[in-house]
Each structure stands twice: as C-alpha cells, then as structure tokens.
Design a protein around this ligand. Structure first.
Ligand code: 6PG
Length: 466
C-alpha cells in the first residue's frame, strides 16, 4: 500500500510531526538528507504507519498520487535545493508543503515557480515548538485553495483542536501562510518582552522575590491574562539550578538570541507602512540585551535618577502591573493584526483576521484566552480598522490604560528600562490623538526642501516661501 504523505527532514520538528501524523493513522514515508537522523528516528519510534526511506526516488515513489511531500528543513536555500532534488520524481498535480519558518518572499517565489511546472506549493506556518509538533501544532497554510483541499484532511487532523475546531485553516494565496507565521513570531517577541518587563518591574521596583513572582504569574494565569506564555513564565520562575540551587533565571545570562522572524516582521512593517512599533521595540530590546559587555561598562559611567526609596504596596502594585501587562498585550496584538490587515490589502490576499485569531487559540506559542475576543471582534465587524475600537477592547483599555501609565511613570522615574510597556503607551496615546504634531514635520519639510503640505482649512497642495 502506498503512503499518504512523505515527511522530508527529521530534525526535532520534522520527527515530531512525522510521529504526530503516524499517531493519527496516516501512512508516513520519512526521509532525511543524511541517514543518521532516519536511523535515529526509526530507532526510537516504531509504528506500522511509518516507512523509512534512504533513497530519495524510492521515498517519493512510495507516495500515493497526487503525492504530498511535507518539507521540514532549515529555512533558506536548503528549501530550494531540496525542492530541486525532488522535482524530477514528481508529476504534475503533486503537492509540496513547506513547514519551516521560511521567509514569505521566498514562499511567494516558490509558489509561482512551482505553479509554472504544474506542481502545487503550500506554505505551512507551523507553531508550537517540539511539543506542539508532536501533539498538535497551530498550522497556517496558504497556496492554491484546491491544493489545500487535498492536504486539508491530514493537516487538520494533526493540528491542535480548540472547542473541537482544528487550529488550521486555509489562509490565502501564495506565501501568505508564512506571512501569518512571521507576524505571529513578531507578536510572540512583543508578548515575551512585555512579560519580561512585568517580571522586572515586580522584582526590581516592587521588590518581590522570584518565588513570589512565580505565584503572581500562576495566579494571573487564572484570569483574563490566561495564556501559554504566562503559564510557562510561572514554571520558569519556580525552576532552580541543580548546581547552585539558585533560581534558573538568576544563572541564565541576560543576552537574548533570535533567529530572525521578529526582525522580518519589523522590516516588513516598515516596507508596507504598518506602525508595528511595539513588535519592533521587542526586537531592538533583544539587540540591546546582546550588548552585555557594553552595558556592564556603561553602568559604571552613565548616571540615572537617584535611588527611589518609596515603599510600594505589594498587593496594589501587583494588580496595577497585571492591568498594565494586559493593556500592553492588547496594544501589541492590535499592531500585529493591523499589520495583517495592511499586508492583506497591499498584497491582495483577503486575509480573514477572525480566522487567524481562531487558529492561534491552540497549539501555538501565543495561544491565549483573549484570542477568542480578538476573533469575535473581527467576526462581528469585518470592516474593523483597529482592534482598539472593538467594544470589548474599548472597555478593557478604558479600565487599564491608567495602570500602564502608572507602571511606565514609576519605571521611568527610577531609571528602569521598559521598552515595550512605554512603546505600548506611546502607540495608544498616539492612536487616540486627533492632533499628531506632524503639521510641524510638514512645515519643516516644506521649509528646507519645498516638499509642500496640505492645509486643514482648504483643499490643495501648498508651499510657503519661508
Ligand atoms: C513557534 C516559535 C518558533 C520558534 C521561533 C523562536 O511558533 O513555534 O515561534 O517558530 O520558537 O523560531 O524564534 P527566535 O529564535 O527568533 O526567538
């Protein structure tokens, strides 16, 4: 009997996806460029639904037609070379899926190049890390709707489920699935940075111990903040280092790494004119964190405010920080979804923002209860220009904006850097201001470069002889 799907690439994510497919009774052919990972895979996972291959042609020929090949290889040129290597064994109508964190520009190109050869290309954003890949990731597929319908039964089966609904739905043409995954990661960066700032504020400003903060996060996870990232933060704070007995967070060097998807989100936001400042600030915060040696040096040279010694009421401030964090998250997700809207118009993709929020509810790193609210907001009003204007979020921000203000002001007065909290507030205040101050910029541009300006009292384009 032929196999229903081929999984190419048996790194951690690929191996777990193959197991997930086999556990869901798909007959999976597996292949890796080097035999070692294939041997390792079959050594640790035995299933009658798995067929290991060591020859590329035999791997592809073992698949029922139209063949469905799922690539889980390193994003970038490797994807192109793998595609080139399998094309000779494919027929028109076969389908290649790419589940890596590929740049959507590459996915757009691959989609069109393969289309010309009669091969379907389905971009599949995959989120959820190792555990998600094994037990149910969030999947963000795009490409031809007809090609998607052929792979949908498999993808929807292996995806996470929330309220019985798979966290996988057809999103749009070309590489839009990888676009959706990219911005998911931009939101992920912002969410992680906001949580980090809340932790830092509670520790350095309010004076809570690591254990107390773990309890606070665990408690928050029972509220409207409930989310995977809040949950793992509580777990992380409870973990002690085996060697020293100190909290793990205290022995981990404060230099953040990154693989690039957050940066891509920001570059893309700049290209299409989406004000994703909180997402971008989270990328910059990682860059600044990486300058450890410089920061250590500067600490002894550059002065800040005098130490503030006011005693802070713990219970009061825990609640204020909670509200500030929720407010920051609302602003960050608003920016991410606004970027989806702008990109959808820019590329003509007709992305359904309500559906995107729905598939983020399970499996992925940013899964959170309040994605239901985001989904409802876009479902109730398809023309909604900005999430902040949806009734649920108006009510929340009306209640929480003053807490964000309090935390930012306390942080600033004591010299605590709060990049995403402060940018959230700046975005919020900027968005709700009918007067932006840009009249001055227009005047300056006209003054030094005769760039012209519009007036607020009559139509037309004007220039002043300054
Ligand atoms: C996910 C994650 C996943 C991975 C990121 C981390 O949704 O499963 O986003 O894709 O964790 O690649 O990215 P950085 O290394 O850039 O933090």
């Amino acid at each position: 009997m032929k196999n229903t799907i081929g999984l190419y690439g048996l790194g951690v994510m690929g191996a777990n996806l193959a197991k997930n497919m086999a556990n869901n009774r798909e007959r999976v052919a597996v292949f890796n460029y080097t035999p070692d990972l294939t041997e390792k895979f079959v050594g640790e996972f035995s299933s009658q639904n798995v067929e290991a291959h060591y020859e590329l042609e035999a791997f592809i020929q073992s698949l029922e037609t139209p063949r469905k090949v799922f690539l889980m290889v390193t994003a970038g040129p490797v994807v192109d070379s793998v595609i080139r290597s399998i094309i000779p064994f494919l027929d028109k109508g076969d389908i290649i899926m790419d589940g890596g964190n590929s740049d959507f520009h590459d996915s757009n190109r691959r989609f069109h190049e393969l289309n010309e050869q009669g091969i379907h290309f389905v971009s599949v954003g995959v989120s959820g890390g190792e555990e998600g890949a094994l037990n149910g990731p969030a999947l963000m597929p795009s490409g031809d709707a007809c090609a998607y319908s052929l792979v949908a039964p498999i993808l929807e089966k292996i995806a996470a489920k929330v309220d019985g609904k798979p966290c996988c739905t057809y999103l749009g043409p070309e590489g839009s699935g990888h676009y959706v995954k990219m911005v998911h990661n931009g939101i992920e960066y912002a969410d992680m940075q906001l949580i980090t700032e809340a932790y830092q504020f509670l520790r350095e400003r309010v004076g809570l111990t690591v254990e107390e903060i773990a309890d606070v996060f665990a408690q928050w996870n029972e509220t409207d903040l409930k989310s995977y990232l809040i949950e793992i933060t509580a777990d992380i704070l409870r973990k002690k280092d085996d060697e020293t007995g100190k909290p793990m967070v205290d022995v981990i060097l404060d230099k953040a790494g990154q693989k690039g998807t957050g940066k891509w989100t920001s570059k893309e936001a700049l290209d299409i004119g989406a004000p994703s400042s909180i997402l971008t600030e989270a990328v910059f915060a990682r860059y600044l964190s990486a300058m450890k040696e410089e920061r250590v040096h500067a600490e002894n040279i550059l002065s800040g405010p005098k130490a503030v010694d006011d005693k802070m009421d713990k219970d009061y401030w825990i609640n204020v920080v909670k509200e500030a964090l929720f407010m920051g998250k609302i602003c960050a997700y608003t920016q991410g979804f606004n970027q989806y809207r702008t990109a959808s118009e820019h590329y003509g993709w007709s992305l359904d923002l309500s559906e995107i929020a729905l598939i983020f509810r399970g499996g992925c790193i940013i899964r959170a209860d309040f994605l239901n609210k985001i989904s409802n907001a876009f479902k109730q009003n398809k023309e909604l220009t900005n999430l902040l204007l949806a009734p649920y979020f108006i009510e929340k921000t009306n209640r929480y904006q003053s807490s964000l203000r309090k935390v930012v002001m306390k942080g600033m007065e004591s010299g605590l850097s709060l990049p995403c909290f402060s940018t959230s507030l700046t975005y919020y205040d900027g968005y709700r201001s009918s007067q932006s101050g840009a009249n001055m910029i227009q005047a300056q541009r006209d003054y030094f470069g005769a760039h012209t300006y519009e007036r607020n009292d009559k139509e037309g384009i004007f220039h002043t002889n300054w």
